[in-house]
Ligand binder design. Structure first.
Ligand code: AMP
Ligand code: MN
Ligand code: MN
Ligand code: MN
Length: 309
């Protein structure tokens, strides 16, 4: 069994080292090109990684080519934007067969939704004084031809000196409930979960502690996510409070969810780095890499649709 196979990993979440199943590249709002991200992971001792760019798998092929000669395990993935009870919820799809089936069309729809949303965000930001908001946001992608995200608008606001920094841009204009927080374009939570399942992937609820929910509301979200076909939840996302993690583990255990781990890394130089996570508590929650649809990944080259035709 090659060491890169997910089945070679520990059977206990607390012993998972060198694993990071949530990271971004220049295919969405990350700063590093996919190959550079893979190189950084390798340098930091991350051996098993998933590339999970927002609403796209565009960076996966480059990441895979970079990972193979380094003997690393690269699991294709994406982080889908959705809505649930008026909250913007993110669902990571871990995709051993890449994007296929309903997910293929879903990603096309997500790109269109992002374009339409950008126009609404631009109009709203123009009202608060950001002239040519759409063009200015487009200038923030470093020449990448990709749909825009809120971080591009945040950078444009900073550049126009309407706010001192990105954090203030989100706090005043782009964060939850602010004028630039436009959610209506996203599909419902259940829909994006169905896409992931149709592609033969595992749907993972991303960073459950970052939605500003009470424990009770998070429980309702977990119930609905489970009903929709969601099977895993990020038990640890980057750095988080140890007491909250233990409590979250109980909520996952009660519902029989698998647990995932990811840094949500976007750019070097900040507090978050690939593979850097808060401690994972001893828990009965089963690691997502033991999920039957993922366990065989990396043991042999996965056969994709295009190869079997
Ligand atoms: P979008 O995918 O366009 O909805 O933008 C969401 C992204 O904005 C997240 O994935 C983060 O990368 C970034 N983001 C969200 N909140 C903040 C914040 N408070 N400060 C900096 N970046 C943020
Ligand atoms: Mn992001
Ligand atoms: Mn997210
Ligand atoms: Mn993310």
């Amino acid at each position: 069994m090659p060491m890169t196979a997910l089945s070679a990993l520990p059977t206990c979440l607390a012993e998972g080292r060198g694993i990071d199943f949530h990271m971004h590249s220049t295919a969405s709002d990350g700063a590093l090109a996919p190959a550079a991200l893979v190189a950084l992971c390798h340098q930091r001792g991350v051996t098993h990684m998933a590339l999970t760019d927002h609403d796209t798998v565009a960076g996966v092929a480059e990441a895979q080519s970079a990972a193979e000669p380094l003997g690393m395990c690269l699991l294709p993935g994406t982080e889908l934007s959705s809505q649930w009870r008026g909250v913007n919820i993110h669902v990571v799809g871990l995709l051993p067969h890449g994007a296929q089936g309903a997910l293929d069309e879903g990603l096309v729809a997500q790109a269109r939704a992002r374009e339409a949303r950008s126009e609404v965000i631009a109009t709203r930001l123009e009202k608060i004084g950001l002239k040519d908001a759409l063009a200015r946001a487009r200038q923030q992608t470093g020449g990448e031809d990709r749909p825009l995200g809120r971080p591009d608008f945040a950078k444009a606001l900073v550049e126009a000196e309407l706010v001192p920094d990105i954090a203030t841009a989100f706090k005043k204009y782009l964060g939850n409930g602010k004028p630039g927080d436009v959610k209506s374009h996203w599909p419902y939570l259940s829909e994006v979960v169905e896409w992931i399942v149709d592609a033969g992937g595992v749907a993972v609820l991303a960073h459950p502690l970052r939605y500003g929910m009470t424990r009770r509301k998070r429980g309702l979200l977990l119930d609905d996510f489970h009903k929709a076909g969601g099977e895993a939840v990020e038990l640890v996302s980057g750095y988080q409070n140890a007491d909250l993690t233990r409590d979250l583990a109980r909520q996952l255990d009660e519902r029989g969810f698998y647990g995932s781990l990811g840094s949500d890394f976007h750019f070097p130089g900040g507090a978050i780095a690939p593979g850097a996570l808060s401690d994972v508590p001893r828990t009965r929650v089963v690691p997502v890499w033991m999920h039957p649809r993922l366990a065989a990944f990396g043991a042999a080259k996965p056969v994709t649709n295009s190869e079997s035709i």
